[in-house]
Every structure is written in C-alpha cells, then in structure tokens.
Ligand binder design. Structure first.
Ligand code: CTP
Ligand code: MG
Length: 196
C-alpha cells in the first residue's frame, strides 16, 4: 500500500492509524495522570510553577506506556487485517518501519513531551493550569511528535507522513477535531477538568 495510490478517505485512515499511538498517549495520560507532579511544586523566578500540577509522572509514564501498548496491538496481524478490511487495500509494507517499538516510543513520548513543553510556555505567560491557549493546546503534542520523528526516524517519517503534502494536511485538519472531541468526552464523563 502506498499513500499516493489511495483514495483520500483511505489516506485519512492510514495516517490516523500510523499516528494513533501519539493520540492515545495524550488521552491515557489524562486517565493515569494527576499523581507526582514532575516539577515537584517548584517555581521559576517569574513566581510561576515550572510546569504545574497538570504535568505528572503518572501521566507521563502511563501515557507513554499506553501509546506504546496501543501501537504494539495495531502492529499485530489482527491490527493489519483490521486496517485492510477498513480500507479494502492490501498493505505492501509495514506501517512503522523496521524498528516499530522505537517509533511507538517516539510517537507516545513525543506527544507528552510536546504537551509538557506547552505547559512550560503557558506558565511563563502567567497562565494557570488548565487555562485555555487554543492553538497551542491543540497542536503542541502532534508537532513535538513530528519533530522528534524528523530527528530520530527521518527516513520512516519521509516515507509515510512527509510523502507529499496530503498526510500533513490531514494531520493539521484532524488533530484539533480529535483533540477537542476527546476532551469534550473526557469532560462529560468526568475525567477531565476542562472541555479543551
Ligand atoms: N496529565 C498528567 N500528566 C501529564 C499530562 C496530563 O497528569 N504529563 C493529566 C493531568 O491531570 C491534567 C490532565 O491530564 O490535568 C489534562 O491534561 P492537559 O489538558 O494537558 O493539562 P492541564 O490541566 O490543562 O494543564 P496545562 O495548563 O499545563 O496544559
Ligand atoms: Mg489543558
């Protein structure tokens, strides 16, 4: 299966499937998070917390492991058959390259590292934990994920996500929708404090 031969809907599915661990890592962190703040309550000269109580070890570790496990499940025969039956296309190559475990780790950790970097920036802007910062909140995790992939897995990233502009546009378009959608659900079922 090569992206340029797929219909737009199928490209959508494949790109989301590939990035799945990054999205899942972010959601699992909300579920496992809340314990052991990474900054241990410390502040910087501006008087604000380094990261704040919204960035914890339990979220970082739980989310990273959650994303990796999700990736390992997608990377089984069952996972490939599921995608093939959804798209009606046969896969001609492995989705996460020769070193899938490493790719899952970058996708998941990158996602939470991006989220953490955004919190660091928010605190420097005098924004409290949970305060809204629309574009940053929606894209932080996916940009850091892509950036780490570019540094550590460039050949793999180029073969799937930087293969023409379509995959990148799909990610830019779908990320805010997925992010907001999942957060609204999380808010309504009571696992998240804000719907953003
Ligand atoms: N979470 C966590 N550890 C992480 C990431 C997330 O514990 N590394 C949990 C926290 O309970 C957090 C929730 O997931 O409150 C939602 O994440 P997010 O919206 O990113 O955090 P906010 O509380 O909005 O804090 P910030 O303003 O720093 O983004
Ligand atoms: Mg938030």
């Amino acid at each position: 299966m090569d992206l340029e031969k797929l219909s737009i809907i199928n490209t959508f599915l494949v790109v989301m499937w590939i990035m799945g661990p990054a999205y899942i890592a972010n959601s699992v962190a909300v579920l496992t998070g809340g314990r052991f703040p990474i900054d241990q309550g410390r502040t910087l000269e501006d008087g604000n917390r380094i990261l704040g109580d919204g960035k914890t070890w339990s979220g970082l570790i739980g989310g990273t492991l959650g994303g990796i496990v999700f990736g390992l499940i997608l990377n089984t025969d069952g996972g490939y058959s599921a995608l093939e039956s959804l798209t009606g296309e046969e896969l001609s190559r492995k989705l996460w390259g020769e070193n899938p475990l490493f790719v899952f780790t970058i996708l998941s950790f990158g996602s939470l590292f991006g989220d953490m970097s955004a919190s660091f920036y928010k605190r420097r802007q005098n924004l409290d934990r949970g305060d809204k910062f629309a574009l940053l909140d929606m894209y932080d995790f996916i940009f850091m994920t892509l950036f780490l992939c570019l540094i550590f897995q460039k050949a793999w990233l180029t073969s799937w996500i930087l293969d023409g502009w379509t995959p990148l546009f799909i990610i830019l378009f779908l990320t805010p929708i997925l992010h907001r959608g999942v957060n609204i659900i999380g808010y309504n079922i009571g696992v998240k404090n804000e719907p953003w």
